[in-house]
Design a protein around this ligand. Structure first.
Ligand code: KIV
Length: 261
């Protein structure tokens, strides 16, 4: 059976990962979820951007630092934002800034064939990397153009090659986004580092979701096929807000209990 290990931690069940952009959420997740990712999905999820290309180093530094400060048990992962790792020199300079400022355990980079040299360089500098392959959102201006990968043999083999190269160069895990189930299985079965999937079937060594999607907090109504919401936060919070609003109008809040004498 495949041994699942990230850094010095062994996993005997699939790895769980969720995003967190704020300390309050990170605090809830810490210790309950194996990996906490400060993902650049914060661009679209939190800042209302159309894609993740507008996410800056400052955004990742600020969110990364406050989130990682509260995490005591889970493994901390931070995304490198768009265009900050175009070549070896920039990648190392920016990785150092993020590592020094936010202190994550691993950095996640969106990797294609051209970016393998960057991955190689960062690993040679003893930086722990997760290689994000398959659909790499930083390459899309328009998320509606995203299509599932791995349906053709060429795509499947290219992804397998990329995953194997990531492993050979020293990545600690491969994140697979939006690939077919048989592609995920092929990759998971053929590399010894863990695969963590999003929209990549159960045939991965772990799963990741955006926290806001998990609780149905996101503002966009169109839900992606792979998103499962475990809670209708919108509905629950709306009820609380309605109640508060009514009590304010009726001068029921604040009652004596909430009043200083
Ligand atoms: O930025 C992010 O949150 C991610 C996950 C969706 C995997 O990369």
């Amino acid at each position: 059976m495949k041994k699942i290990k990230i850094l010095n931690k062994n996993f005997y069940q699939p790895i769980s990962c969720l995003t967190a952009y704020s300390p309050s959420i990170a605090n809830i997740l810490d210790g309950k979820i194996d990996l906490i990712l400060v993902g650049d999905s914060l661009g679209s999820t939190l800042y209302g951007m159309k894609n993740t290309q507008g996410v800056t180093m400052d955004m990742m530094k600020n969110h990364g630092a406050v989130v990682n400060k509260v995490i005591k048990k889970s493994i901390k992962v931070l995304d490198m934002p768009y265009k900050t790792y175009e070549n070896k020199r920039d990648a190392f300079k920016n990785a150092k800034i993020l590592l020094d400022y936010c202190k994550p355990d691993l950095l996640k980079l969106e990797i294609n064939k051209k970016k393998l040299v960057v991955l190689d360089h960062l690993v040679s500098k003893k930086i722990n990397i997760i290689s994000h392959i398959g659909v790499t959102p930083q390459s899309y201006k328009n998320f509606n153009k995203i299509k599932i990968l791995g349906r053709s043999d060429i795509e499947k083999n290219n992804l397998l090659k990329l995953a194997k190269e990531s492993e050979r160069l020293g990545a600690k895990a491969v994140l697979l986004e939006c690939v077919t189930a048989d592609t995920a299985k092929l990759i998971t079965d053929n590399i010894s580092i863990p695969t963590i999937g999003i929209g990549a079937s159960k045939y991965c060594d772990g799963q990741v979701l955006v926290f806001d999607d998990l609780i149905n907090l996101s503002t966009h109504n169109k839900k992606t096929k792979f998103v499962k919401s475990y809670l209708n936060f919108n509905k629950i919070v709306s009820n609380a807000i309605k109640k508060y609003n009514r009590e304010v109008k009726l001068r029921k809040f604040p009652s004596l209990k909430f009043t200083f004498n």
